[in-house]
Design a protein around this ligand. Structure first.
Ligand SMILES: [Zn+2]
Length: 55
């Protein structure tokens, strides 16, 4: 299943091992926690501000 980057809306590619070419960031705890899919270029671009961008 393809995931879209939440920041740029591009489909995140997967490697031959089905690993995402990007990262998954979890925010929140327990039932309110959410997974955010981020592509590798946005990950590089925003680095330290990623958590801020996801609010
Ligand atoms: Zn992106």
């Amino acid at each position: 299943m393809a995931h879209k980057c939440e920041l740029c809306n591009e489909v995140i590619k997967t490697t031959f091992l089905d690993k995402l070419d990007g990262t998954v960031i979890k925010t929140g705890k327990g039932e309110t926690s959410k997974k955010h899919y981020i592509c590798s270029s946005c990950q590089k671009e925003h680095k330290d501000n990623l958590m801020e961008k996801l609010k």
